[in-house]
Design a protein around this ligand. Sequence first.
Ligand SMILES: O=P(O)(O)OC[C@H]1O[C@H](OP(=O)(O)OP(=O)(O)O)[C@H](O)[C@@H]1O
Ligand code: HPA
Length: 187
Amino acid sequence: MPVESNLEQINKVFAEADCLCTKEQVDAALDKMAAEITEQLGDKLPVVYCVMNGGLITTGHLLTRLEFPLEVDYIHATRYRGETTGGELYWRVPPEVNMEGRSVIIVDDILDEGHTLAAILDYCKEQGAKEVYSAVLVDKQHDRKAQPGMRASFTGLEVEDRYLFGYGMDYQGFLRNAPGIYAPKGM
Ligand SMILES: O=P(O)(O)OC[C@H]1O[C@H](OP(=O)(O)OP(=O)(O)O)[C@H](O)[C@@H]1O
Ligand code: HPA
């Protein structure tokens, strides 16, 4: 079936979705995260690793708010691969910039069950990073975290336990570009 046949369904999901956080609320959360990151990492010449694809938008919005020297790289690890429930972590692209002895910050869109972030943090420690921080725009509130009580070092927003899209989070591969945080009706 041609991809265009999805257009009506995707538009309907967006039109009927509940907006859980507006663009203004996300902007304020990003400002707060950037201030906290600056305080912790502003004099450490850190490497910022974007977790593709979902982390792309949060990373971009954070980077322009971080007014200190840093390097940028990306990691491509995925657990969902277009599905709405997670599976095994699959490494598409490991990082290029050497993290040995460096302060590192991993940026992603969402901490859901946390398996992705936990695996990436372990990887960074194995690679010899001096210290590893994490930043997520959204922390989904439920008791299914990979490690009970798990939190990112920097969290933008705490959001209810529904399937989310927007600001990097996808619905069936689409709607990452939605300018707010949304949940499809009934999900
Ligand atoms: O906390 P978890 O339950 O592990 O889920 C969070 C991860 O899932 C999403 O990535 P996904 O695997 O969907 O790939 P994507 O970034 O390409 O959307 C999201 O971007 C996080 O990386
Ligand atoms: O709620 C979600 N939405 C999109 N991607 C995700 N990856 C983990 N949880 C989610």
